[in-house]
Design a protein around this ligand. Sequence first.
Ligand SMILES: Nc1nc2c(ncn2[C@@H]2O[C@H](COP(=O)(O)OP(=O)(O)OP(=O)(O)O)[C@@H](O)[C@H]2O)c(=O)[nH]1
Length: 537
Amino acid sequence: MPLIARLILGVVGVLAVAVLLAARLLTSGIGASYVQIEREAAEHETERLVNALEIEARSLGQLLLGWAHWSELYGYVAAPSAAFRAENLQPTVLVPSDLAWVLVIGPDGHVIDAIAAPATKGAAPDLSPLKSPSSPLLRTLTGPIAADASQCGVARLGAENFLTCRMAIRDTAVSQPPRGVVVIARRFDATLIQRVKAESHIDFTLAPPSGPAVSPDITGSPITSPVFGRASPVIRSTPNTLEVRHAVSDLGGGVFGELVMSLPREISALGRSSLAHVGLKLLAVAALFAVALVFVLDRVLVYRLRKLSGEIDRIWQQKDWTLRVTESRSDEIGHLAAHTNALLAVIGEQLRDLELRATTDSLTGLANRRAFDERLALALRRQQRTGAGLGLVMLDLDSFKSFNDRYGHAAGDHALQKVGEVMRGAAARATDLCARLGGEEFAILLEDADSAVVMNVAKHVRFTIESMNIPHKNSQHGRLTISIGVALHEYGEDGESFYMRADAALYRAKEGGRNRIELAREGLPVVIESPGNTSRI
Ligand SMILES: Nc1nc2c(ncn2[C@@H]2O[C@H](COP(=O)(O)OP(=O)(O)OP(=O)(O)O)[C@@H](O)[C@H]2O)c(=O)[nH]1
């Protein structure tokens, strides 16, 4: 897989994990805040609902003041009269005040009057349970009460719920102790609930107690109400709503029922949509960041590595070890490039050395047979193109075996080296090639040279070696000499024939007495120099 693909995968992977982590942290952090806000909102709504219901109770309490501070009723409690009852304590008196029933209780706790009014569409409540002294509700209603304050609460009678208020009856005109208790009740029915809903803008129902407590998601702070008792709202959350149940106590402090609200989770919904919004932005930013990061990494790393690799590839293809990579910055990639260049330099040097070893004679430093053959082929091609003269001088030390035998191999080596030096001195142009073909046999290839130049070189070598006067007692000349065959390349002639003609000329020189030069002409070597005639050269 290319490096850039790995980088893209890596960056995208890391960023995806980062975005997921960030989203999770945000969701849990903000989610917890939303739950807190919703809990507070649910508590607040519950409190508002309880207050709205208390307003209903206070309004009933206000109405009760008229009954409790009614002097005639005060007198009636002491001495009930049929006339008062017929005139004031009738169901028709209750209907305009929207009262469901009124209870007049004497100082000794017995019910003097129990008047029930029918509902708009329905029967009057059955008050007979209130007339029994064992009725729990009656016991509550006749219980101790403050002298000049009303006490309100909810109560159930039969199948109906009532909002009730009770107060001690007193005559405000005279300073007398309270006498008996008056209780008034209003139906806690759909009409009242509707009125509270309209005024509070809170949707709720009054439900019977839900039985054993189910574990709530959240329990709110307790709310204390003089009418509905003290309780904590229990909040259960569904994905879209908060189900709030708030227990309501009855007048006697027992469990009466629950106010139930279903609140839409607007804050959560808003939070979710905000989170989604933020999440999308986060994703967009992450994507941009990923693109920017990949771009930067590509510029800083991948592009440079790709360029470096391309340059190394090109050098490898061309096998040109003199080329160098161009990266020059002083970072890790720069160091890699510098090391690559150093390796290229070493490879080039080693190859040059190998090449030199493969083409050089180690004893004399001249070109070896292989180099000579290659150069001869090259020179022939070049000569074919240019038509310039090409000369070949073949040289062989005379009676060298006996020189070795007499003076030793080391002296023989030394003599061979001397011959090499002389040859190099005689053929010094850049295009001249001096080679040791093997043993004591040498050759000089002279490009772009006419017969005069070639002959001059041959003569110079033969004369110089003879002039060095290296003793050779076993030679007919008494000193070390050399025989030479010279050939000038003829148009169209191949390398082998050219070589053979020069070699034949050399053979003729040997045959002719050695220490001489023979020129091969059209395949017929001609003696042009012999011992004793050196002055003619
Ligand atoms: N010292 C030394 N001798 C070498 C080297 N290479 C070849 N020779 C010797 O060169 C001699 C060549 O002898 P021959 O081929 O018989 O020829 P020659 O004795 O020179 O006789 P002619 O060529 O006919 O004059 C042999 O004795 C080889 O051992 C070398 O590298 N060093």
